[in-house]
Design a protein around this ligand. Sequence first.
Ligand SMILES: [Zn+2]
Length: 390
Amino acid sequence: MWCPFLVRSLIFFDIQKRILATLYAIKAGTNSVDFLMENYTSDSSDGENDTKTIDLAYLLRNPESVENHLNQYLNNDSKKYKDIEKIILHHNELHVVPRNISKFTNVKILDISNNGLTELPDVFRHCQLSNLILKNNRLKNETLPKEFSECVSLKELNLSGNDLTAFPEQIFSFCNLKFLYLGGNNMRNIAKDIYRLKHLQVLSLGGNIITDVPFSVGLLKNLQALVLCDNQIESLPPNIANLHSLRSLLLHKNKLRTLPPEIVALRNLTELSLRDNPLIVRFVSDITHQPASLLELAGRAIKLHNIDVQSGDLPRTLQNYLESAHRCVNPNCKGVFFDNRIEHVKFVDFCGKYRIPLLQYLCSSKCATTPSEDDIRPQRTYLMKKVLLG
Ligand SMILES: [Zn+2]
């Protein structure tokens, strides 16, 4: 017989657990990206009680208590611990990782988020881990292992909401990573070697103090979501347009004044958030223009008049210089430029409702005073489905 009080308590406990989960999800800045992708979320363990899972979530247990609980599996003669694939320990009081956890060699999902972890041992030796969730702890760059053992099985790593001050380069050991969450830290940079994680589908870096986005981010061809919101970013590299799989690009709360024009080529983009950026809303009128160098003027003349330059005619450095010419974006101008260029803001119509400023370069100030047809008639070729400006 079920005691009514016990039933009420269980229902209350279940409701409380779900409310807590929701509140923590809101606090952790969970956004639409989490629902876009088929990755593990802390809530997905709710209610599971199968033989492959050890679920000790929301129990406020200390390391010793969790170790004792895990030992019950390890000391069991039936070797059932070998069946365990999921260990869920979020919302406890584990300032260290339970030492016996590495004995569960078949574990695929390990969630130790919201625990106050101050250090992380290298738990990847001989591991089968596919998802490692360590969000909302107190991990620092210095308290991560200097090197992680290579773990080819790891698909998801979540280190959001910790105390990282720099991009942790040790994670390049996880060459098959698809989901990387590093939001809500104090990171100033994105590692230039990020291109090595070539299977990345989600790169979440919101809520840091990043100022630069390196060119190598544009080499992550499989990226579907790039979260850069709430940082100090002033510009994006133009090769971001090479991310043809990108569906979600979150840029709100940054210092962007313009966007690279190449961004309109992202045909799969369905979500672009831009609110809280000092985006330029009018033409830049006070353009300061330095006179072009003699080298630039000579180079421009050679290109404009199609003067044939054979190899051997010029020193190699000058030939390289000639090859670095950029064509002026004004369709009414046939000019080229090298280093001396005029910044030009082109407004492109997205959603048929918003016009966003794209940064382009023109060859001279004359080109800037004669707006091209594109500026008068908004380009409607690429329309985004959702642009969040406010
Ligand atoms: Zn021009």
